[in-house]
Write a protein that binds this ligand. Structure first.
Ligand code: CO
Length: 182
């Protein structure tokens, strides 16, 4: 068996976070390794959700776990949001790609999603509350839409320094990698 994968988090403003992810077409052992490593990364990072672009992959995969209990982990491959419903709710969101940054984001209360499981079997789920919130946030990632795009002008101002620091850290890291000839 191939070695287990281990993913690092991709942080804003890495370009992969901005590119729409591509549908998964192969439901094989490699996909299982990717999903297992995404779940592991989410747990290690104490996140409630993670999308493949956040580990540098342009693939339409997302995982979530609203409670943190192992049995509540959910995996969605090629998810489609079929319907969003209910009143718009304001809720404070964070994002593993934006460490230390939080913003009140308005989203519909519930959603209905269709996706494939890791073996390619289709399923549909109606989500509400926190799970619906996480799903919608992670689905945004697959479209290249980020927390910073959805936050209010006031939250942008409040998070200005932290956002600028992320950009500075990213540029510094890029320069170091270029200098190392990578
Ligand atoms: Co996020």
């Amino acid at each position: 068996m191939a070695d287990a994968l281990h993913f690092d988090l991709t942080l804003y403003p890495a370009p992969v976070l901005r590119r729409p992810a591509l549908p998964v077409t192969a439901f094989d052992a490699e996909l299982e390794r990717i999903v297992a490593a995404m779940l592991e990364r989410m747990v290690e990072s104490r996140g409630v959700g993670l999308a493949a672009p956040q580990v540098g992959l342009k693939k339409r995969i997302l995982v979530l776990n609203a409670s943190g209990e192992k049995e509540d982990a959910r995996v969605f491959v090629n998810p489609e949001v079929l319907e969003r419903s209910g009143a718009p709710v304001l809720f404070e969101e964070g994002c593993l790609s934006f460490p230390g940054i939080f913003a009140e984001i308005e989203r519909p209360e519930a959603c209905r999603v269709r996706a494939l499981d890791v073996r390619g079997q289709p399923f549909e789920l109606a989500l509400e509350g926190f799970e619906s919130r996480i799903l919608q946030h992670e689905h945004d990632h697959l479209e290249g839409v980020l927390l910073v795009d959805r936050m209010s002008a006031a939250d942008k101002v409040r998070n200005k320094t932290a956002l600028e620091e992320l950009v500075r850290d990213y540029k510094r890291k890029q320069a170091a990698e270029a200098a190392a000839g990578r």
